[in-house]
Write a protein that binds this ligand. Structure first.
Ligand code: FAD
Length: 325
């Protein structure tokens, strides 16, 4: 079932979802499975799995120059299929433009459709090593172009014409930035680009993390004003160490409220800092639930802890129902 249908029929309750990051190449996925097993008791509506651009380097091998395409992490789509098979969870693969041609994307989408994966998150993606984004030849420049390709496949429009084509059935999600995307010149322009993604066929929006709910509510208001009616699922991330007070804003270009930062810095022990961080996310979640959000998305970084604690404090333990919608 499409995620949007599931959101519509949630019976007024706030759903939860989680994001996981595939393990680095050569590492085991066991820690991620353990995290999912810990979090499954809270009945996540879906688990989204990130995807990462390959590194393409020219190297000299046996005296000859060769192009090496280095994949850094375990394949996203393979993890999604395993999550569905093992746990009956609805997986949402992140599909990125970065590093892929349109033909490669079409092949991946056709295969996902064969595996009955119905829900996707379509993103431009970031290139490795903080390089400037540059599409592959015959690739996509923006996520809106990728959304258009997926929406076309849903209508049976492939890159090359096919007689009596199979139509795919994807529900398409895209990213939204309550504090604007770092490369955008201003908030209004970025919001216009978000509207374009929805106009091209995006069905739902998942937000970048934020630490002050008023930023999210303003974003909802402004999105509504320019005619965005797709559901906008808020994303939250617990901060549980002093190091994260600088690493999270630097990495994701998001702000952390001054009062929260100052309060954190007054605490001396790691345990106190962690407790305060958890309390902050619990307060955020309680407020989001009071304001009727359809779902809260947790950026877990593939760790069950401290999300488990936040969910326990916010919802209490939920029955471990397995959902395949
Ligand atoms: P876009 O929507 O294409 O926007 C990128 C920039 O281009 C923005 O500044 C936008 O304003 C601008 N823009 C858009 N359209 C146009 C246009 N027509 N003309 C001019 N400018 C335009 N990254 C990964 O690598 N892997 C992941 O799995 C991943 N998952 C994510 C999940 C979520 C929920 C979020 C919020 C982000 C995720 N990211 C991921 C990060 C994301 O890929 C980066 O933020 C990336 O830089 C932008 O992706 P986008 O899909 O928002 O791009």
């Amino acid at each position: 079932m499409h995620l949007t249908e599931y959101l519509k029929h949630r019976g007024g309750k706030t759903l939860i979802s989680i994001e996981i990051v595939p393990p680095q190449k050569g590492k085991s996925i066991d820690q991620i499975f353990r995290a999912v097993e810990d979090l499954i008791q809270f009945d996540p509506a879906f688990v989204s799995v990130t995807s990462h651009a390959h590194e393409r380097v020219i190297q000299r091998v046996d005296g000859k120059k060769v192009l090496r395409v280095k994949r850094k992490r375990l394949d996203t789509n393979a993890i999604c299929l395993e999550l569905a098979a093992r746990y009956g969870i609805e997986p949402i693969p992140h599909i990125i433009c970065a590093g892929f041609t349109r033909d490669e994307t079409e092949d991946a989408l056709y295969t996902l459709n064969f595996h009955e994966i119905d829900n996707l998150l379509a993103l431009r993606g970031d290139p490795p090593n903080n390089q400037k984004y540059k599409p592959r030849s015959h690739g996509h420049g923006y996520a809106s172009d990728l959304v258009q390709q997926i929406a076309d496949l849903n209508k049976g429009i492939y890159l090359d014409p096919i007689d009596n084509p199979l139509k795919t059935n994807f529900c398409i999600g895209v990213a939204g930035y309550p504090e604007k995307h770092p490369e955008a010149s201003d908030f209004k322009t970025d919001l216009r680009h978000l509207k374009k993604k929805v106009d091209e066929g995006a069905d739902y929006i998942l937000t970048q993390m934020f630490f002050d709910n008023s930023i999210y509510y303003r974003f909802l208001e402004k999105a509504k004003r320019i005619g965005i009616t797709a559901p906008i699922i808020p994303g939250v991330k617990p901060i549980y160490s002093l190091k994260q007070l600088t690493s999270v804003p630097n990495t994701f270009r998001v702000s952390i409220p001054e009062e929260f930062k100052e309060e954190m810095l007054r605490y001396e022990t790691r345990e106190d800092v962690r407790k305060l961080g958890i309390e902050h996310t619990v307060r955020q979640c309680e407020d989001l639930i009071r304001n009727g959000v359809p779902c809260i998305h947790f950026y877990t970084m593939s760790r069950a802890d401290p999300t488990t604690e936040i969910l326990k404090q916010t919802f209490g333990a939920r029955a471990g129902r397995r959902i395949r919608f």
